[in-house]
Design a protein around this ligand. Sequence first.
Ligand SMILES: [Zn+2]
Length: 96
Amino acid sequence: MLIPILDSSRNKIKRHASNQKRIRYNPKAKWYGKTIVKISRWYPSSQICSECGHQDGKKSLEIRDWTCPICDKHHDRDINASQNILAEGLRTFHTA
Ligand SMILES: [Zn+2]
């Protein structure tokens, strides 16, 4: 199983993986039979509609939910971002 990590020093999500943290996560991932995949810190996980892939642009942190203008899917910002991070982690893993 994959554990996608968003590598961003300014992201508030605690899944941030600096090199030091990655060193700490690797033994735990191995222990649980998981694989850690690092994705770009610039990946716009909260800007992309996880349903249709439309990139809607930057949103201020106060915007916690939004509706995609293309497919009309309503998103919780964090859940949508986590779905995009997982998809990007899988894509990165399979193309590496
Ligand atoms: Zn959409």
